[in-house]
Ligand binder design. Structure first.
Ligand SMILES: [Zn+2]
Length: 433
């Protein structure tokens, strides 16, 4: 099979909405795929050969949960390809420094992700997996109800350019823009390219919109897809306005997998046709996903605990897909602040509630809230209006008080604008896992 064949096959598999129209069908598919996957891993991963006792859901549930630290620690015995962690790390770091993201190590693509608490994630992907991934992304990204060809896709993502060679053609063209270089001179090129689909992190796309408006050029894609960062409501509103689209799509994708996508209705759906999700329940529909990738084999992802908090929708989506609908991604778990309860104990203060408090306070362009290990908050406001700091202090204190917590000490710092950094607006320091 050629690369293009593999991409096309994955595209067809994931494109059909009807195929994933009932929960029973999805579960049946998952059970079959899990059987195949566990049987393969038992035969090819030295670590999992010792651990996997069967190929059904019960056998899966008996396996220990992995996290980034244990994944890195067990890397050499976990993977099913002849690459060690040190070799892959050296290769990936070399590319990171040269900002040259193509090239393979013994035929494998190697990726590095910045950890949320200082831990790097390292991921290896085989050529077949890479092509299937591109097919899946296209199935989820290309608009329905129009011809599939003629798309020009502009990517403001750090990505492996060779990923898209298989499909780059007159039918679908890709163009990469460099988010590590000055964006201003690239914006006229973007306008001239006239992308039908614009992809990037929300913070970068907002900056692109600002620069386009300043340069007096217009960018009107058919679809805007956010990736690599949590999409906040205010970002979505700003991007809808700036690019003249009704819905901002998301691909919830990280080195651990392609975990969710937005349907035509604008709802985020879990990719349960690729990944099995177990839930660590936090109450009120919130959960931490523990994922098992049903397809990736070079580096198995088996009961891997993500650092994100997801919020399941109470209602199924009207689009007809039975893939679980998600209200929102609340970001990294380390972004959950801790409130000290009056009278003792502590309570989580979710990033989402902090964001809402900040929205209520007004009078600034952007912000970060960082909690120190002693519980105090450092707040940085971008271009604050007079009185903005007082409003923020008031709203944050009100939030903590509503939760029965002591009002935290708040210190205001200068806002440091860095669009290349993976932006986390609400963070907590001192968690070294
Ligand atoms: Zn939907």
């Amino acid at each position: 099979m050629t690369r293009a064949d593999r991409v096309a096959r994955a595209f067809v598999r994931y494109r059909s909405a009807r195929r994933w129209g009932s929960a029973e069908r999805i579960q049946r598919y998952q059970r079959r795929a899990l059987r195949r996957q566990l049987a393969f891993l038992r035969g090819h991963s030295p670590l999992l050969a010792e651990r996997i006792a069967g190929t059904d859901l019960a056998a899966l549930a008996a396996l220990p949960v992995m996290d980034r630290a244990s994944m890195m620690g067990d890397f050499d015995r976990l993977v099913t390809v002849p690459v060690t962690r040190d070799q892959a790390l050296e290769f990936a770091l070399g590319h990171e420094h040269s900002r040259e993201f193509s090239g393979t190590l013994r035929g494998l693509s190697v990726g590095l992700s910045s950890g949320t608490s200082g831990h790097r994630g390292l991921f290896v992907v085989s050529p077949a997996e890479r092509d299937a991934w591109v097919g899946a992304v296209l199935a989820m990204a290309l608009p329905r109800g129009r011809a599939l060809w003629g798309h020009r896709i502009a990517l403001f993502l750090r990505a492996d350019n060779s990923l898209y060679e298989a499909v780059d053609s007159r039918a679908i063209a890709f163009r990469f823009f460099d988010t590590f270089a000055d964006l201003a001179p690239q914006v006229p090129d973007l306008a001239a390219y006239a992308p039908t689909i614009l992809v990037g992190p929300p913070s970068v796309l907002r900056e692109v919109a600002r620069l386009a408006s300043r340069a007096g050029v217009t960018v009107r894609p058919e679809r805007v897809i956010c990736a690599a960062e949590v999409l906040h409501d205010d970002d979505a509103a700003a991007l809808r306005e700036a690019f003249g689209v009704g819905v901002i799509h998301q691909l919830y994708q990280c080195t651990e997998g392609l975990l969710a996508h937005t349907c035509e209705r604008g709802t985020l759906h879990l990719n349960e046709h690729m990944v099995l999700f177990e839930r660590e329940d936090l109450g009120d529909g919130r959960f931490v996903p523990v994922i098992t990738d049903l397809e990736r084999r070079a580096q198995p992802i088996v009961r891997y605990r993500m650092g994100d908090v997801l919020v399941a929708s109470a209602e199924p989506c009207a689009c007809g897909s039975a893939l679980t609908a998600i209200d929102r991604i609340e970001g990294r778990e380390s972004d959950v602040l801790v409130g000290t309860r009056i009278g003792g104990g502590s309570t989580p203060v979710f990033a989402d509630t902090v964001s809402r408090a900040m929205v209520l306070a007004e009078g600034f362009d952007d912000y970060t809230v960082t909690q120190r290990p002693d519980g105090s908050l450092d707040v940085a406001l971008a271009q604050p209006a007079p009185g903005a700091a007082d409003a923020v202090r008031r709203e944050l204190r009100a939030l903590f008080e509503r939760l029965g917590c002591e009002a935290p000490e708040i210190t205001f710092l200068d806002f440091n604008h860095d669009v290349t950094a993976k932006r986390r607006r609400v963070t907590r320091q001192g968690e070294q896992t």
